[in-house]
Design a protein around this ligand. Structure first.
Ligand SMILES: Cc1cc2nc3c(=O)[nH]c(=O)nc-3n(C[C@H](O)[C@H](O)[C@H](O)COP(=O)(O)O)c2cc1C
Length: 378
């Protein structure tokens, strides 16, 4: 057990969950937590979308909603951080209490509802971070959403894409948080196509940002048809990657925490199996045409490795950090290196998708190569 788990976590647990979370954010903003450089090991290095990742373990969206302590986030040793969700205009989110611990389940339920200081504050924070650190410290993604009371969701996303792309290493279109009424309807085929088509156009039409990768974040509550629809729309509309998954509205019957019936999105251990299944399902549909980011219930190196083997080129966590503290980042990174060594992989990229069935539609080049090879042998 780390000193965080032994000493700090029990103290924080005496406070209401949101107050404890705010104190940690305050400490990170002021640089009060010890900072470590990103973990370096050749087996964990990767280049994706032209971005260099020192390691594939990232901080999931929702922890730093306003990009207010990016240096502190990356100082925990993450290879990348996804800041947000940011909305165009500031909004308070839902009334408190809106964050609930389920310690027996290593889970939390939240119904924050996109509390955001708004796009302008976010932009200034990110600009200040870039001015101080440039682009060298780690990869910073920006997760964008819509205002609760907007009349035009597409306009909200397009506005944020245009405004924040120049400062972002990648953008993530969030259509999967369960706490904004109607948001998840944007995962339906026609709405999704319209949204990502408009965001793609906005990116391509904004000078200097055409190369910024655009990802989409989806829900673990998608069925088979929903996964198919995401795959088709993503491939047709030039989406560069998919983040799987957000929190779930499902409540597994074996949940024990007293707060299990609170409304909101459930995260942590109970979402691991489902989010990994959705990840594997999408990987089996798209093969290596679309890099995937696996998130949901990662607490250990074994969990991260399982996501990678199910098709994740990158991994993120939030609730694991909440329960285990910053030491979890190093623990996962060291553990991953050991697991790769055990299995004889020089790079984690060699393990991506190993636990999946082959994609049903083979990629054009290998298929042609395989045909040519078969012809040559015959
Ligand atoms: C308190 C809290 C707030 C969150 N806020 C956001 C958010 O604003 N945007 C988003 O895309 N995901 C948000 N998430 C979802 C996480 O990014 C992640 O997808 C989900 O929690 C599953 O990962 P985990 O089990 O490692 O926490 C939030 C999660 C939690 C626990």
């Amino acid at each position: 057990m780390s000193s965080y788990e032994r000493v700090l976590a029990p103290c924080l647990r005496l406070l209401p969950p949101e107050a404890a979370k705010d104190i940690v954010g305050w400490g990170l903003r002021r640089g009060l937590l010890p900072a470590a450089p990103a973990f370096q090991n050749p087996a964990l290095r990767a280049t994706l979308w032209g971005l260099s990742f020192a390691n594939p373990v990232g901080l999931a969206a929702g922890f730093d909603k306003d990009a207010a302590f990016l240096s502190g986030d990356l100082g925990m040793g993450f290879g990348f951080v996804e800041a947000g969700t940011v909305t165009p205009r500031a909004q308070p989110g839902n009334a408190q209490p809106r964050l609930f611990r389920l310690p027996e389940d290593k889970a939390v339920i939240n119904r924050f509802g996109f509390n955001s200081a708004g796009g302008e504050v976010f932009r200034r924070n990110l600009e200040a971070y870039r001015a101080a650190h440039g682009r060298g410290q780690g990869v910073v993604g920006v997760n964008v959403g819509r205002n609760k009371d907007t009349e035009d969701a597409v306009r909200d996303y397009v506005y944020l894409v245009r405004t924040l792309a120049p400062l972002a290493d990648y953008l993530c279109i969030n259509v999967s948080s369960p706490n904004t009424p109607g948001l998840r309807d944007l995962q339906r085929e026609d709405a999704l196509r319209r949204l990502i088509g408009a965001c793609r156009e906005a990116l391509d039409g904004t000078s200097g940002v055409a190369g910024v990768p655009m990802l989409v974040k989806v829900s673990p509550d998608l069925d088979e048809a929903g996964i198919d629809c995401i795959a088709d729309a993503a491939l047709d509309h030039g989406v560069d990657g998919v983040v799987l998954t957000n929190t779930t509205v499902a409540r597994p019957s074996d949940l024990r925490g007293a707060k299990r019936d609170e409304a909101g999105g459930l995260s942590g251990r109970p979402v691991f199996a489902r989010s990994t299944e959705v990840l594997r399902g999408l990987r089996e549909r798209v093969g290596d045409r679309l890099p995937l980011v696996g998130v949901g219930g990662v607490f250990t190196a074994e969990d991260a490795y399982a996501k990678i083997r199910a098709g994740a080129s990158l991994v993120q966590l939030y609730t694991g950090l909440y329960y285990k503290g910053p030491g979890v980042v190093r623990e996962i990174q060291h553990g991953l290196v050991e697991l790769l060594r055990r299995d004889g992989h020089a790079s984690y990229l060699d393990a991506v998708g190993l636990d999946t069935a082959a994609p049903p539609i083979p990629l054009a080049e290998p298929a042609v190569g395989a045909t040519a090879l078969a012809a040559a042998i015959a």
